[in-house]
Design a protein around this ligand. Structure first.
Ligand code: SF4
Length: 438
């Protein structure tokens, strides 16, 4: 075929494909003949498409679309499981237990979730209110949790309050006593893995009158959450925070969200002795398009390194049995969840994955102008209408269903009947070379 018989579109695709083939010769989309117009190394075109598919069907793809790993060349993308030979898989008649506890201390409130994941903190301001409601609705149906993030607690979430974690972060935006009283779990966000040491920012364009009212600030003025909490410079200061929450809501479980500095193991131990029920460590790959790339790539420790370090340290201290260790920061797939657990976590926290399920293309425009063109990371009243709450909640539910199926399948192939038996089983993981993962 010469140039005259090709369409203009074909020529553009071929031109970009050839240019990208030279730079990204391992791109899976290319191997399958698609132009790499979507995604990046971690969130490849295949992963985005397969997440959309799972959100529609409730099943993993059956057409060969890659849905387990990305193409980052390291970490979760190089790890795999040492599955047993088929004759040692657990039969379908054995029930697989995916539930995890969210408190393992002996005297406090028992909360269990039937799947080993819940939704990450994404604030009103960073995401739209219909997306927040959809996440809460899906969490209620699946008896798990979602988290408000640091932008306050919209009244529309009250209908789901038994499944909503409220967050207290360094800016203290929208933190009120009654929202702490609503919450079964209160999360202190000390740092975010995507941008540790940088705090948070919400640019003025997204601070609409509604967002400003929720955050008790002024419309169209940029808001910054400092780093760190200026009231916490030691473990003892953190204890005052926990005591403050416990005074307002004695029933609440306390989660401590931290990024992954090199002494993350000591941070986890200190958090436990100060009364935290959940230690939530957030690795470096997470964050929406609002997190600066330079920070995501170079500051925090990848979650794959941090998890075994914290797990081992808690074991050595003799307190692993009383801590719930949750992992976030780049958990994209059911395989990532299972690998995080095998590395030492009890469960995983999902953020970007949920946005992708709702149509996010990873374009990185979350923080520009009116925000997301698909109505996800926006506060613009018109753009927000692009997401219909019931539709979005159903998609999230379908994604959870697909993850549930895949996690059960992984456990069956490993001969385990409970996800709790996978915790810290690094002996069930293997590291594949670059050649093997091609
Ligand atoms: S599609 Fe929306 S949520 Fe996703 S990266 Fe782009 S702007 Fe952000």
């Amino acid at each position: 075929m010469d140039n005259r018989s090709r369409t203009a579109e074909q020529l553009v695709i071929e031109k970009h494909t050839e240019r990208l083939r030279r730079g990204f010769h391992l791109w899976p989309g290319l191997k399958q003949g698609r132009p790499p117009a979507l995604g990046d190394y971690r969130w490849t075109a295949d992963l985005i498409l397969s997440t959309w598919l799972q959100a529609e069907t409730g099943m993993p793809p059956t057409n060969g679309l890659e849905h387990r790993v990305g193409n980052s060349g390291g970490g979760f993308d190089r790890l795999d499981f040492k599955f047993f030979p088929q004759d040692r898989w657990l039969p379908d008649t054995v029930t697989i237990d995916l539930s995890i506890p969210l408190n393992r201390r002996p005297y406090d409130r028992r909360i269990e979730i039937p799947v080993p994941f819940y939704g990450a903190g994404m604030s009103f301001g960073s995401i739209s209110e219909p997306v927040m409601r959809a996440r809460a609705q899906a969490a209620q149906v699946w008896k798990t949790f979602t988290c408000t993030g640091e932008g306050g607690y919209p009244e529309s979430l009250l209908a789901y309050k038994d499944h909503v974690i409220t967050q207290i972060a360094t800016g203290m935006f929208g933190v009120r006593e009654e929202t702490i009283q609503y919450a079964p779990i209160v999360e202190f966000k000390y740092a975010q893995g995507a941008k540790p040491g940088l705090g948070g920012h919400l640019l003025g364009d997204k601070v609409t009158a509604t967002v400003a009212t929720m955050r008790e600030s002024l419309p169209w003025v940029s808001l910054f959450s400092p780093f760190p909490f200026h009231s916490v410079y030691s473990v003892e200061d953190h204890k005052k925070h926990v005591d403050w929450v416990k005074t307002i809501n004695p029933e609440a479980l306390v989660s401590v969200k931290v990024s992954t500095p090199t002494d993350i193991d000591m941070v986890a131990v200190g958090s436990y002795y100060d009364g935290a029920h959940i230690v939530h460590i957030d690795g470096s790959y997470g964050g929406t398009g609002a997190a600066p790339e330079i920070a995501k790539k170079t500051i925090a420790m990848p979650i794959e390194f941090a998890l075994p370090k914290v797990h081992r340290c808690l074991l050595q201290e003799g307190i692993r049995g009383e801590v719930v260790l949750m992992a976030s920061g780049g958990i994209r797939t059911a395989d990532d969840i299972a690998k995080a657990i095998a590395l030492g976590a009890d469960g995983a926290v999902l953020g970007t994955t949920e946005l992708v399920a709702l149509g996010c293309t990873r374009c990185g425009n979350c923080e520009r102008g009116r925000g997301c063109p698909f109505g996800l990371c926006t506060t613009d009243p018109e753009l927000s209408q692009l997401v219909e709450t019931d539709w979005a909640a159903e998609r999230l539910g379908k994604l959870y269903q697909s993850f549930q199926l895949q996690l059960s399948d992984i456990l069956r192939r490993l001969g385990l009947s409970s996800i709790r038996d996978l915790v810290g089983r690094t002996d069930l993981l293997l590291y594949r070379s670059q050649e093997e993962t091609r």
